[in-house]
Design a protein around this ligand. Structure first.
Ligand code: ARG
Length: 290
């Protein structure tokens, strides 16, 4: 087994005081199927508590009343343990106000802020599409993040960026079909990507744990590892055996209210401690699937 990830101990979460389905920007959302506020809060708090129980830390940000999707904090920005943050430039207009509050939060907490664009200029970037894995920052692009954002990340932060083209409308962020587990293992759902990117994915992940359709659509890929614990919205017996075999403790939480907006455990949590050192490369480099 690989060694531990080295990040994923500090998170930002947004308390879901104003979580609603006001508009539809992914195939899971329906304005006819609204979340129950009390159950929403209970499920959110069980996630916050599970992270703390696993030895992690959680910072809490208040939700803007005008931004019902802000609960999916993973998309607020890509943050590093050494105090840098790349703000998201959201693809869809109804989510753009979230970035105003995120910018204030990052700045107020000592992060040096960068952005790929804003107000109609520059490529879209949503941080639910970006993870450090191995020697690179792996970034999904297509449905939300645009390819030009990868260039921006590579040059602004001197990074080796490996792009994976997402070609599945139900897997619109990288954090749905890809979940780093340790330095060599990741949960992956190949049908989320085009053929070239599937090949690239297997080049990036030495020990892939391939999710079935059923596991992927139960949001098992939208899990998070905190120290030796993996927090998951669903875990099949098969996955349980594989993950236990890696020495992980499995915590399964009911996050069904959040599935109504198209996100689960990972989407609700923004890691604040990525150590980008392994991906740092003077001048940067973008590797796209060919
Ligand atoms: N309704 C949100 C959207 O479509 C869900 C975001 C899920 N977050 C994530 N990191 N995948 O933007």
């Amino acid at each position: 087994m690989g060694h531990s990830l080295g990040w994923g101990r500090r998170y930002l979460m947004v308390r879901p005081d104003h979580f609603r389905i006001d508009y539809v920007i992914n195939p899971y959302m329906s304005t006819q199927d609204q979340p129950d506020p009390a159950l929403t809060m209970k499920q959110w708090d069980s996630l916050r508590q599970a992270i703390v129980d696993a030895g992690g830390e959680v910072e809490v940000l208040e939700q803007r009343p005008d931004s019902p999707d802000m609960v999916y904090a993973m998309n607020l920005g890509l943050a590093t343990g050494d105090g840098r943050a790349m703000l998201s430039h959201m693809r869809f207009e109804p989510r753009r106000k979230e970035s105003l509050t995120a910018a204030d939060w990052f700045t107020g907490h000592g992060f040096e802020l960068s952005r790929t664009g804003g107000e109609g200029i520059g490529p879209h970037f949503e941080s639910g599409d970006a993870f450090l894995f191995g020697d690179s920052l792996v970034v999904g692009y297509g449905p939300r993040t645009e390819a030009d954002a990868l260039k921006h990340l590579a040059t602004e932060w001197n990074l080796r960026v490996r792009g994976l083209r997402i070609a599945h409308e139900g897997m619109y962020h990288l954090d749905l079909p890809f979940c780093p587990v340790d330095s060599t293992h990741a949960l992956v759902y190949p049908p989320a990507f085009d053929a070239a990117s599937q090949a690239e994915l297997f080049g990036i992940v030495p020990d892939p744990i391939v999710l079935t359709d059923e596991e992927a659509f139960a949001f098992s890929g939208n899990s998070l590892v905190v120290n030796e614990t993996i927090i998951m919205p669903a875990c099949s017996p098969r996955l349980r055996e594989l993950l236990t075999g890696l020495g992980l403790k499995i915590v399964v939480l009911d996050l069904s209210e959040f599935h109504k907006g198209g996100g689960s455990a990972r989407c609700l949590t923004n890691p604040l401690d990525f150590d980008l050192t392994p991906a740092t490369l003077p001048g940067g480099e973008v590797v796209l699937p060919t």
